[in-house]
Design a protein around this ligand. Structure first.
Ligand SMILES: NC(=O)c1ccc[n+]([C@@H]2O[C@H](COP(=O)([O-])OP(=O)(O)OC[C@H]3O[C@@H](n4cnc5c(N)ncnc54)[C@H](OP(=O)(O)O)[C@@H]3O)[C@@H](O)[C@H]2O)c1
Length: 215
């Protein structure tokens, strides 16, 4: 049993990870600005704003593993990378690994190829900033952290999100920074993404690395 703190633990990805980890008997704390309408039993919900470093300290220092499930949208859009900088610094100081919910666009279609984010011409312009902020975490920010910080950036397949929740199949495919389904981007449900995510935490065999999960 591990103490797992999920920052953004009431969101689409975060709540699925919280549910999966709690179902396996981990001691889970979920941090978000608002409390959920349907709290998951045996989960500790902490209300706070992640832009405030003081709010982050106790949930990170009291954890064995920290999960970042924030989204670079809304009020957090401009502060997203800075907030993750603070989370990374606190996780490093506490000596705990950081697992980050990432995006598809930071993956590559093939070994040695550019990441998808290099060409967003087919993606609506209003999504570009969000996609670039998320990708910058794994392209620039996490690799620049001290080597003492253990991080894993977990990208989902292309078709993943609250508007396409999908169904639990009880399986997933795991890849590195090459998309497991580069042909059409693939899909993964929240439940199966969470299954793979908590497996990664429990196995602990990836370090300072990007991986991806697809059906
Ligand atoms: N196919 C893809 O590539 C794909 C698709 C979807 C998502 N994603 C990625 O997955 C990640 C998570 O996205 P999501 O859709 O799960 O996000 P989401 O549903 O919007 O959840 C965001 C979570 O963060 C919390 N939050 C927001 N601002 C906060 C703040 N200032 N302080 C504390 N908590 C805060 C929210 O709760 P409160 O609002 O109550 O604070 C919520 O729990 C993102 O990086 C996103 O880019 C990728």
């Amino acid at each position: 049993m591990s103490r797992i703190t999920v920052i953004g633990g009431t969101g689409y990805a975060g709540s699925a990870i919280v549910a999966e980890a709690a179902a396996r008997g981990h001691q889970v704390t979920a941090l978000s600005r608002s409390l959920p309408d349907a709290p998951i039993p045996n989960v500790t919900y902490v209300q706070g704003d992640a832009t405030d470093a003081a709010t982050l300290s106790a949930p990170i220092e009291g954890a064995d593993v920290v999960v970042g499930a924030l989204a670079p949208r809304g009020p957090l859009a401009g502060a997203f990378r800075d907030v993750y900088g603070t989370i990374a610094r606190l996780a490093d100081a506490a000596g705990v690994p950081l697992y980050v919910v990432g995006g598809y666009s930071s993956l590559r279609p093939a070994r040695g190829a550019d990441r998808f984010v290099a060409d967003l011409s087919h993606v609506p312009a209003e999504l570009h900033d969000e996609i670039r902020a998320g990708a910058a975490l794994v392209i620039e920010d996490l690799p620049a952290t001290p080597a003492t910080l253990d991080w894993v950036f977990v990208s989902p397949a292309l078709r993943f999100g609250a508007h396409m929740p999908g169904e639990r199949l009880g399986r997933y495919r795991l890849g590195d920074d090459i998309a497991v389904q580069p042909e059409d981007g693939g899909a993964i449900s929240a439940a199966d993404y969470a299954l793979g995510f908590v497996d990664l935490i429990e196995k602990g065999d990836h370090h300072r690395a990007q991986v991806n999960l697809g059906h």
